[in-house]
Design a protein around this ligand. Sequence first.
Ligand SMILES: [Zn+2]
Length: 63
Amino acid sequence: MPTYEFVCTRCEKPFSVRTSIGEKDLVRCPHCDAGSPRQVFRSCNFMRGGSGGCEAPPRSGFG
Ligand SMILES: [Zn+2]
């Protein structure tokens, strides 16, 4: 099950949730219970397998 990263649009706290892709629209903020958080996409590549984290510097001005 993938982990999705969100930022709450109410309290602006980041959090991550493990959920299925069909249920990520139902995610609520664990801090203030607001719905419809903004999803955050990391600039690193999930396809690289793993545990290495984000080590490549952003080069394209993402965000
Ligand atoms: Zn919140």
